[in-house]
Design a protein around this ligand. Structure first.
Ligand code: NDP
Ligand code: MG
Ligand code: MG
Length: 340
C-alpha cells in the first residue's frame, strides 16, 4: 500500500514564517488562498487587474500584481490555466524567483513537458488536490478536505518535502489523505484520468446513451434523467462504498444488467484505445497538440465547445434543472459570491 500522510504526521511549522503567493484566483486559486489564510498562514494573491483582482480584494485577501506577489513571497504557487503559465512565469515570476524560494504547482504539466525550466537554486514541488477548486473550499469550510498528491521535482533547500506537506495540510487536504508521487506520474495519470474516464469517457457515454434513447423515440426529458441526472446518484454511491457498495444499493435486476451489459459497452477494444491515449500522453504528443492549439488561438477548442453546447441534452437539461433549484443551489451561491 502507498504511504499516506494525514494531519497528525505533518508539522505545519515549516510554513509558518513564510509568505505564500497564490498566483491566480480562479477555481483552485481562490480555494488555496482562502483555506491557507483560514489555517493561519500569511497569504498574498497575485493577479492582473480585473475580475479576479476585485474578487480577491472583496474576499479580504491581500492582493498584488503577479510580479509584486512573487517578489515578496517565499513560496510561489502557480494557479493559472496550464496553457498560460509559461508566458506569465517567464515575464513576471522568473525574474524575481531568487535563491531559496519555492516554486509550486497544482499540476505537473509545464515542468514535466519542459515548458517551464526552473533555476537550480529553488525548491520545485507540486501539491495537486484531486478535486475541483470549489470543493477544495467547500469541504474545508465543512471541516473536511479533498485528497491531494504531492511531488518534489527539485529539493534545493533540503526541506521541500516538509514544506509541501505543510502546504497540503494548510489547504485541508491532509484531513483526507496526501499521497507522494512524481511530476511524471501525476501529470500522466491526471491527463489520462480526465480524458479516458472522468471527462472524455463519461461525457461520451452519457451522450451515446441519451442519443440511443431519443433516436428510438423515447422522450428527451426521460432520457436526460436516465442517462445524466441519475449518474450523480450512482457515482455518489460508488464514492461512498466503491463498486460493491453501489451494487448493494441498486436492485438485483440493475445489478444483473450491470454484469451482462457492462463488458459489451466497454470492451477490450475500448481498453486498447485507452492504451493508445496513454501512449500519446506519455510521449508528449497530446501536450504538443494542446500547446499548438493554444498558439493558434484555439480554433478547434472553440468550435467544438460551440457545437457541444448545441446538443439537445444541453437544451433539455437546462430547462429541467431550472425546475430543480436544489440541484445547483450551491453553484448559484458560488456565482453570487464571485459576482459580489
Ligand atoms: P482557472 O482557469 O480557474 O484560473 C484562472 C485564474 O488565472 C484567474 O484568476 C485568471 O485571472 C488568472 N489568469 C489567467 N491568465 C492570466 C494572466 N495572463 N495573468 C494573470 N492572471 C491570469 O485555473 P484552475 O484553477 O482551473 O487551474 C489552475 C491550476 O490548477 C492548473 O495547473 C490546473 O491544472 C490545476 N488544477 C485544477 C483543477 C481544477 O479543478 N480546476 C484540479 C486540480 C489541479 P483573470 O480573472 O484576470 O482572467
Ligand atoms: Mg487535470
Ligand atoms: Mg433505473
Amino acid at each position: 500500500m502507498a504511504k499516506m500522510y494525514y494531519n497528525d504526521n505533518i508539522n505545519e511549522g515549516v510554513l509558518q514564517d513564510k509568505k505564500v503567493a497564490i498566483i491566480g484566483y480562479g477555481s483552485q486559486g481562490h480555494a488555496h488562498a482562502q483555506n491557507l489564510k483560514d489555517s493561519g498562514f500569511d497569504v498574498v494573491v497575485g493577479v492582473r487587474p480585473g475580475k479576479s483582482f476585485d474578487a480577491a480584494k472583496e474576499d479580504g485577501l491581500q492582493v498584488a500584481t503577479v510580479k509584486e506577489a512573487a517578489e515578496q513571497a517565499d513560496l510561489v504557487m502557480v494557479l493559472l490555466p496550464d496553457e498560460r503559465q509559461k508566458k506569465v512565469y517567464e515575464e513576471e515570476i522568473e525574474p524575481v524567483l531568487t535563491e531559496g524560494k519555492s516554486l509550486v504547482f497544482a499540476h505537473g504539466f509545464n515542468v514535466h513537458f519542459g515548458e517551464i525550466k526552473p533555476p537550480a537554486n529553488v525548491d520545485v514541488f507540486l501539491v495537486a488536490p484531486k478535486g475541483p477548486g470549489h470543493l477544495v473550499r467547500r469541504t474545508y469550510e465543512a471541516g473536511a478536505g479533498v485528497p491531494a498528491l504531492f511531488a518534489v521535482y527539485q529539493d534545493a533547500s533540503g526541506q521541500a518535502k516538509d514544506v509541501a506537506l505543510a502546504y497540503a495540510k494548510g489547504i485541508g487536504s491532509a484531513r483526507a489523505g496526501v499521497l507522494e508521487t512524481t511530476f511524471k506520474e501525476e501529470t500522466e495519470t491526471d491527463l489520462f484520468g480526465e480524458q479516458a474516464v472522468l471527462c472524455g469517457g463519461t461525457t461520451a457515454l452519457v451522450k451515446a446513451g441519451y442519443e440511443t434513447l431519443v433516436e428510438a423515440g423515447y422522450q428527451p426529458e426521460l432520457a436526460y434523467f436516465e442517462t445524466l441526472h441519475e449518474l450523480k446518484l450512482i457515482v455518489d454511491l460508488m464514492y461512498e462504498g466503491g463498486l460493491s457498495g453501489m451494487r448493494y444499493s441498486i436492485s438485483d435486476t440493475a445489478q444483473w444488467g450491470d454484469y451482462v451489459a457492462g463488458d459489451r459497452i466497454i470492451d477490450a477494444g475500448t481498453k486498447d484505445r485507452m492504451k493508445e491515449l496513454l501512449a500519446e500522453i506519455q510521449s508528449g504528443e497530446f501536450a504538443k497538440g494542446w500547446i499548438k492549439e493554444n498558439a493558434e488561438g484555439r480554433p478547434n477548442f472553440n468550435a467544438i465547445t460551440e457545437k457541444e453546447e448545441q446538443h439537445s441534452i444541453e437544451q433539455v437539461g437546462e430547462k429541467l434543472r431550472d425546475m430543480m433549484p436544489f440541484v445547483n443551489a450551491s453553484k448559484k451561491q458560488e456565482e453570487k459570491e464571485v459576482v459580489a
